[in-house]
Design a protein. Structure first.
Length: 227
């Protein structure tokens, strides 16, 4: 096996083991396939996550919003946390913000279901849509990392300041983070405005900047796919 493929397989195995550890699993039976394909891996992760009590957001949620899209997508959109519509439907980025995200992706020739996977850093809705708290991020982030290990996308589109700052471990505002390509493990990360922010601030300047970010993400997507 080529060195890079072996390294990727070991990283995926490490993330899977961290996922099971985060779920409180202490024994893994031998003879089971711990490196399944992305579809099976995500399916198992979603099943295992059901009923998760690891942080206080479990008390107010209706559903766990795991993620949706193409398990083999080379671009993943990552937002902050589910809102009311997402909590009710169990799917990320539905409602008006979700419709805008679909249009933003289409503006650069990307089909949401075919070309992308969509998830949030936090899988349960914070009450009143408040920002997630550090203990909630610490509890939930391993699940996102396990999703990334299963999907292995090339490009992350980080939607909004919270997602970008959390992933990049920075306090820099979204206005400074966006418009640039950042490294994130073996992927590239492009921050842009959250669609809900664009709905609240519908000025043409913010939309133009978001479109520039989408074009940048598509350029990186095309470049990395052709390598
Ligand atoms: S937010 Fe994440 S860690 Fe907290 S209960 Fe929901 S799934 Fe579990």
């Amino acid at each position: 096996m080529p060195t890079e493929a072996l390294a990727q397989a070991l990283r995926a195995l490490a993330e899977s083991l961290r996922f099971y550890q985060a779920m409180g699993v202490t024994d893994l039976p031998l003879g089971r396939d711990y490196l399944p394909g992305p579809e099976d891996a995500l399916h198992r992760q979603e099943e295992t996550l059901q009923g998760c009590p690891r942080c206080k957001l479990s008390q107010g949620r209706t559903t766990i919003v795991f993620g949706m899209g193409n398990p083999r997508a080379e671009l993943i959109c990552i937002g902050e946390a589910p809102g009311a519509d997402e909590d009710a439907q169990g799917k990320p980025f539905v409602g008006r913000a979700g419709q805008l995200l679909t249009k933003m992706l289409e503006s650069v020739g990307l089909d949401r279901d075919r070309d992308c996977y969509i998830a949030n850093i936090i899988k349960c809705r914070p009450p009143g849509n408040r920002n997630p708290e550090p203990d909630e991020i610490a509890a939930c982030e391993p699940f996102l990392l396990a999703q990334l290990a299963a999907i292995r996308p090339k490009v992350i589109l980080a939607l909004g300041g919270f997602a970008a700052q959390t992933l990049l471990r920075t306090k820099e505002p979204i206005g400074k983070l966006r418009g640039r390509v950042h490294s994130f493990h073996a992927m590239v990360l492009i921050p842009t405005f959250h669609p809900a922010f664009l709905l609240r601030n519908p000025g043409p300047e913010y939309r133009r900047l978001a479109w520039e970010d989408l074009k940048l993400a598509k350029r990186e997507y095309d470049r990395l796919r052709s390598q």
